[in-house]
Design a protein around this ligand. Sequence first.
Ligand code: DUC
Ligand code: ZN
Ligand code: ZN
Ligand code: ZN
Length: 480
Amino acid sequence: MLLIRNGDIVTATDRFTADILCDNGVISAVGMNLEVPEGTPVIDATGKHVFPGFIDPHVHVYLPFMGTVSKDNYATASKAALMGGTTTLIEMCCPSRTEDPLDAIRLWKSKADGISFCDYTFHMGVTRFDETTADALRHIVSIEGITSFKVFLAYKGAFGIEDTELFQTLSLAKELGVVVTAHCENADLVAEKQKKLISEGKLGPEWHEPSRPVTVEAGGCRHLMTYAEMTGAQVYVVHTSCIPAVEAIEEARKRGVKAWIETVSPYLTLDSSYAELPNFEGAKFVMSPPIRSQEHGDFLWTALAEGIIDTVGTDHAPFDYATQKHMGHPDPAKCVDAHFQTTGTPGNFTLIPNGIPSVEERIKLLYTEGVRRGRIDLQTLVRCASTKPAEIFGLYPRKGAIVPGSDADLVIWDPEWRGKISAATHSMATDYSAFEGKSIVGRADTVTVRGKIMVQNGEWVGEKGWGEFLPREPKKYGDC
Ligand code: DUC
Ligand code: ZN
Ligand code: ZN
Ligand code: ZN
């Protein structure tokens, strides 16, 4: 048993002061002055917020990609998540086109089972579609309890699928009632734009954004919307970065397309001024879709406050700066970074592994930049980063809620803590932070997963392997 006394409880719709009693891994009571047996451990949450554990609906932990493999493993990524207040991860399982989906899900699960500190599940990447894949996907949904797919309209050759496969995947998803999450960028246009820029000698990280402009992302969204409309499937657009993309999805929603919108913390809190950084520093900020100019970030905050954007994830994709990001250095001989061990082969921006490590920082950033600056309220924070992801992906009310019967995943948040983000102190396995030196207000003081304390007074006390795989049921659009 564990009693959390006198906290300011914040849910997606409510705010009140009460005690929370946790028993046997679940919340057993919520109310004022709860009576507990003598000897029950008590945490005094006076002056602190208590949130339902946060859910990151979009992370990569194990990611073989662009000629390398992401740096984190489940021990580092799940510890980092918990230190930042995230108690559940939904990871993209991304097989290559030739990999068997069942082998892939076994492999991805083996990376987490017995290792993860926090609870987890997966979106099943569909990177090829044929009869065998269809059978495997049915099994993955009904037997493994993995009730969401992931498709890439970008990255042709690696993960991307053809349009006939997209149609078949969405048709199957409709039949099974599962959600299809999608990375929407027009891969062919990106490839053409990349070729042109490179032929003009435009090689540095500052050319990443121009190679994937907002219209290419909006085009990808419209493409997916057409297929969703044709099949009736429920779709969820991941990492939406810009005004035209959100508008394209909004337009489709008005026609009755069942579409949810995710954005991710880098788009809300960084902007394209990274392109002006000296040397190769800009590579730290290369992710796809790219980070846009400030007006897009401002628009995303408003859309989030208005409920147009449903969720905020991270697209955590952890690559080191010194070695991995440097695979795209155009002029290694002139690299100013003493740390860079070069093979001497000149690269370009298309060879910089895409991704920013941020699973640890999402809630701190949403709180500091969103709540404290008046862009969103506390309920919106809980809604977009906990309750909505739980609802959309079939985890609610086990997760994302503070009611009797829900898992005792709780975050006691100190709203007055002040500090800075730094790679020197973060728990992620990467050698840099895209938010280095950023001042932060508020932090996760105490974090529980199914009643077990994993973070206490901001210190790590977690137990390896405590995290559990979460089998899920399909969820219908309209129920949330
Ligand atoms: N985008 C990234 O930036 N990294 C991982 C994959 C993706 O779609
Ligand atoms: Zn993506
Ligand atoms: Zn991703
Ligand atoms: Zn360098």
